[in-house]
Every structure is written in C-alpha cells, then in structure tokens.
Design a protein around this ligand. Sequence first.
Ligand SMILES: [Zn+2]
Length: 338
Amino acid sequence: MRENDIRPRVYAADQRVAMLQDVGRLLTRRDEFVDVGCSACDSRQRVARWAKFGLDYWECSDCQTVYISPRPSPAVLEWFYQGSVNYAYWNKHIFPASEAARREKIFVPRVNRFLELCARHGTRAGTVLEVGAAFGTFCQELNSRKVFKRVVAVEPTPDLAQHCRSLGVEVIEKPFETVTFSREDRFDAVVAFEVIEHLFCPEEFLRRSNSVLSENGLLVVTCPNAQGFEIATLGCLSDSVDAEHLNYFHPMSLARLLARCGFDLVEMQTPGQLDAELVRKKVLSGDLSLDGQAWLRRVLIDQWETCGSSFQRFLAQSGLSSHMWICAKKSGAAAQAP
Ligand SMILES: [Zn+2]
C-alpha cells in the first residue's frame, strides 16, 4: 500500500487548508479546555514533549504516553466534529475518490485480520459492535462474510449513519456513551478503529466497552503507536500528531490502561505499512534532515528501491510500526482462550 492510494496527493493542499481551519475553530474555544492527567495511568508527572498548533503535548513520566493537555472538553469536541471543515472535505472529495482503493487496501485486510483474531481467541460468532463506524465499510464487509449473526454500528454523525444504513448496516445513531443497552444486549466482540486517540477520556470508553462485552468477548482497538518508527522519528513533524489526536499510546501503556479497565491483553500487533514511506517523504520535502544519520539515509533514500519494503516489513513484524492493534478480553476470561 502507498499513501497516494488512500490519500490522493491531488487533494493534499486543500485538505491541509481545511485541517488548519478546523484547528483555528477549535482554538476559539480554548478557554473551555480542561487540564488532565495521563490518558493511560492518570499520573500528573510529565515533561513537555511537543508544541504544535498552539497545543501542548506532554509525555507521562510514569508510562511515556503522550497526551494533549489542556484539551477540548467533551462538549467542545462534539461541537468541533459536527462543524468540521476537514471532515466535510474528506467526505466530499477524498473518501469518494479513494473508496475502492480503501476497501481493497484497508477494509478487506482489516476484516481478514479481525476474523483471524476471532478464530485464534475462540470468539463466538454471535454479535459484533463497531464504535465509530463512519461510512460503515467495515460492517458492510464483515456482513458480506456471513460469519457473525449480527453486526451493529454506533455512529452519531447523521450523514455517516445514513450512509451506513444505505449499505444495509444496522446503526445506532447516538454517541456510544449515551446508548442504553439492555441486559440481554451483550456483544461477542467490540471493535473501534482509529477512535481511542480522539477521545476526551479513553478510560471511560474502555470501561463502557467492557460492560457491553459478553463473558468471553473480545475487544479490538487500533490507534497510532507513539513509539513506532514514524512518530518516534518525526516527532511533531508527523501528520499523526494533530489537534484531533489527544492521546498517543504505545503498546505497553495501552495494555496498562486496559488492565485498569478490567481487561487482559491477549495480543498486540503493529501491522502499519507506511512508516518508512512517510519518513522518506519528509526527508525528500526538506522538512526532516538526516545529516549525521548516514545509515537511515541509506535505507530511506539511497537504497530505497531495494531496502524500503523489507525495512517496513521488519518494523511491522517487530512491534515498531506507528500503527497498532490491541486485542484484549475481560479479566479472568483470557485464561479460557484456546
Ligand atoms: Zn502515564
């Protein structure tokens, strides 16, 4: 997979303008931002890590999670996403132009990986809940496999929820935290792709996910890995470091938060495919200098054609890519996995 497949470069400049407009909007409500502790362990011990977009990114001294504080309150976040210029631009231009490529390069492999995890960890083929389903592509693709009896999407944005319905996906059009599930409504798997990094309080989300899972149920969460190659190398030059991403976990810190929320980690993977390419692009654009880093220059520039893809495979296989998957079960249930 190449970045251009899923984010066509013809839209890059306009999308950046839209993103910066959003940052400007967000900062107009800065006086409503809230000071918080570490997203993973709640510690207040921290050191300044980055400053970008007028926001402060701290690194927790106890668990090395990076997080924005002060951060937009839940009410400000709701207002922000409802009026997002950037999301409107994505919905109008980038998603339609890249829909087929995204399905093939992102959603089909995502469903495959999810089904492999379910098979490996003995998940019942009953019900799946996806939180933050967006266009509903994952749910639609999962439905097409006919493995699970019922797939439910939670998507609070009206246009996106409507899009889910148009694909035949069952959707709950409310924020996850306000949905009332009946006692019988317990899910065999809860999944959230690229959601947790946006949340004001990831702990609340995980506790709620725990409460709606069935006894041997599986939680699958994906997010950026702050200790992966791309983010660790680029720091705040990384486009993953943005105003919307409030939480930057790494595998161990997310495992720690999961443990606090009543989960046992069962599997962690970093299947990211774009680290090397994204760092290389920052070098080629002149944003990142590799002066004094001859070895990295050799891999990313001089010998890119021969080394690039094997270097990326090494990162992914070694837990060193900047995109991670975490798979967990309710505490006490993990031991029952085959
Ligand atoms: Zn921490």
